[in-house]
Every structure is written in C-alpha cells, then in structure tokens.
Design a binder for this molecule. Structure first.
Ligand SMILES: *[C@@H]1O[C@H](CO)[C@@H](O)[C@H](O)[C@H]1NC(C)=O
Ligand SMILES: *[C@@H]1O[C@H](CO)[C@@H](O)[C@H](O)[C@H]1NC(C)=O
Length: 355
C-alpha cells in the first residue's frame, strides 16, 4: 500500500520535473513575460534623441551628454581613401577577419574593384579589429602598405564583437569618408554585383527585377524622394521575434531585451545606407546602448531615427544557388567563402553583363 503510494508520488514528481524542464527549455514563461513591442518599446537612452542628432550634426552641444561613445583608436585610419574625391558615389565597407587575406585579394579584383566604371567613383575598405598574434599583424601591416585599404581599430576582432566592427565602420565613414552618396556594409564571404548595386541605388523602388514580366513581384509602397536627402537603409528586411529557446545561438534573456519583437532590421551581411541615413544613425548611436547583435543594433539605430528599412528580395542572406541566368538581378548573396568560386562566378557574371 505505502509502496504504491510512493511510486505514484514519484511518477507525479517525474512528470512535474519533465514539464518544468520543457517550460524552461522552450522559454514558455519567457514568452509570457515578454512586453509588447508596439505599445511599450523603450531602449536607453530613453527619450527623443532626434533633437540631439540634429544638434550634433550642426556642431552644437545637446543638453544630455552621449551615453555611449564608441571610443576607437584607428591604428590604420586610411585617411587618404576618400579625400578630395569628387562625386564619390559608393563606398564598400567590407567586414573582414584578419586572416582572410585571400578573400580580400579576390574582392579587390572583383566586386570591390575601384575602377570598375570610369564614370563612377567607388572606394573599398576592409574593416578589421586587433588580434594578439604578432605575425598576423605584421602581415596586415604589409598588406596595408601595399593596398592602402585596411581600416583597423583597437577592439578584439572576433565574432562576438561584430557590433564594434560595425560601429567602427560607421565612425570611420563619418570621420574620414563622409563625402560619399551611398555606403554598403558587406561581409567578406559575399558575392556582390557592383553593376546591379549601382542600378539599385539609382532607383530602389523600380529596381529592374520588379519590371520583369515573368517576375511580377509587388512594387513596394514607399514614399521617399530620391533627392540628396533620402535616408535609405536597404537590404533584406526582417520583422522577427527574439529567440527564447535556451540552446539557440541567438538566445536572448528578458533582462537583455524584454520585447516580443525586434525592431525591423536588415540582415547584417549586406546593407546599403545613404549618406543622410549614415550620419543620422551614427549620431543616434551615441545615445543608443550597445547591443551584441550588430544587425539588431543597426535596426535599433534606424528605429530611433524613424528610418524605415527598405526591403529588396535581391539581397540574399542565404546562398542563392548559382546559375548564370539566375544571378541576373542579384545585388548581393551570401555563401562565397571560397575565393576561387567567387572569381569564377564574378568572371562569368561580368561577361554576361550582369555584374
Ligand atoms: C581604444 O583607444 C582609445 C583611445 O586611446 C581608448 O579610449 C579606448 O578605451 C580604447 N578601446 C579599447 C576597447 O581598448
Ligand atoms: C570585444 O573587444 C573588447 C575590446 O578589445 C574586449 O575588451 C572584449 O573582450 C571583446 N569582447 C569579446 C566578447 O570578445
């Protein structure tokens, strides 16, 4: 009798434990306690920062001092890169890792080639942090001496410091290269069609693929003027929720971010900014608490500036399987870690007139 009772109790206990485990593991409770993004979103600095952005851009001093100045020291500032370049159209800011020098070689002679078009001024730099490896650093020093396109600053270069790399790029662009109309931040494992990118920034809303009769994608309703002041933040846009699943690589606790949705953001692998968007978002970063995911952080900056991200299907955050015709309208696609493959695809696409 008493033995039966104990067994039954044990079973209950087991059941309770398993249930607790699942509730915990799948973040069920976390979901219950999430706050509604649409009605209760706040993120430090908690206040209207548009006025501060405006003042900083006009060289005056806001009443609240910045909460978050990223304080970079540029050991390689590449200050000559954009200096005295008239009608600079586009700058590639390539997020690269110190050891990926082979990819940089391929990028310099493919999509990052600065003299691709005689009538369009393009510049390319690679964004790097630091490593403790002295031999690697010496190699970078040589590379920088030869190509003059490495921008390096004092933060540890690793995956978890991607937001530092991104903001280092913003800081560099504002400080040393603010004379370009457009900027694209792109990872070093991407294929980019420079030709399509230039077409895209000329008319984002009428980008050619929308006009293909066999490819009747809906034209986006977007009310911006394509004048000098357009604030463009474009690429593949996500409207998604934070991962509350404990084992996820992107797990986020409620303490870190309590809302049920992220602000709309462009995937970090490739995104385009116009000069106006870059400047506003840079100054907004001085009043926006650091966040470790760089694409979310940039999304937060845009949200604070009330810039709506512009979506384009021709930015692929997964590798688009290669076919010569299938890449006709590709602006950028992930999946080119192998520099030989990049060169092959580039050469073929360029000869077809698509890149
Ligand atoms: C980088 O250097 C600046 C200026 O010397 C310094 O203020 C900052 O703390 C340094 N950053 C890091 C992450 O070491
Ligand atoms: C990011 O870089 C900073 C500055 O070098 C360093 O203190 C910090 O440990 C790095 N973060 C990670 C997660 O490695």
């Amino acid at each position: 009798m008493s033995v039966m009772l104990t067994v039954r109790k044990l079973k209950k206990l087991w059941f309770g434990l398993i249930l607790t485990f699942f509730v915990y593991y799948f973040g069920v409770l976390t979901h219950i306690f999430e706050l509604d993004f649409d009605t209760s979103f706040r993120y430090p600095y908690d206040g209207d920062i548009e006025e501060f952005v405006h003042q900083l851009r006009a060289n005056s001093t806001p009443k609240v001092p910045p909460i978050n100045p990223y304080n970079f020291y540029f050991s390689k500032p590449c200050i000559e890169k954009c200096r005295n370049v008239e009608s600079l159209r586009l700058v590639f800011l390539v997020k690269s890792a110190p050891e990926n020098w082979e990819r940089r070689v391929a990028i310099r002679s493919s999509w990052g080639f600065e003299h691709r078009f005689s009538d369009v001024e393009i510049r390319t730099v690679f964004l790097l942090g630091e490593r403790s490896d002295q031999e690697l650093q010496q190699r970078l020093d040589k590379e920088a001496g030869k190509f003059n396109d490495l921008v390096q600053a004092n933060f540890t270069d690793n995956y978890y410091n991607n937001t530092f790399k991104t903001m280092m790029g913003f800081t560099w662009a504002v400080k040393y290269c603010a004379n370009s109309r457009f900027y694209i931040f792109v990872d070093d494992d991407y294929f980019v069609s420079t030709k399509n990118l230039l077409r895209f920034i000329r008319h984002p809303t009428a980008y050619p693929s929308y006009l293909e009769p066999t490819n009747q994608r809906k034209l986006q309703q977007f009310d911006f003027d394509l004048d000098e002041n357009v604030r463009l933040y474009a690429g593949f846009v996500f409207k998604s929720a934070p991962h509350r699943h404990r084992t996820s690589k992107w797990y986020v606790s409620l303490d870190e971010y309590p809302y049920d949705m992220w602000p709309p953001y462009v995937t970090a692998g490739a995104y385009v900014l116009s000069r106006e968007a870059l400047l506003d978002m840079y100054y907004a970063s001085l009043y926006t608490k650091h966040f470790r995911f760089d694409d979310i952080y940039v999304g937060l900056l845009a949200f604070k500036c009330k810039i709506e991200p512009f979506h384009c299907d021709d930015f692929h955050f997964n590798k688009l399987e290669y076919s010569p015709e299938g890449y006709k309208y590709v602006v950028a696609t992930h999946g080119y870690k192998d520099q030989m493959e990049l060169m092959n695809v580039w050469t073929q696409q360029r000869s077809k007139g698509y890149a």
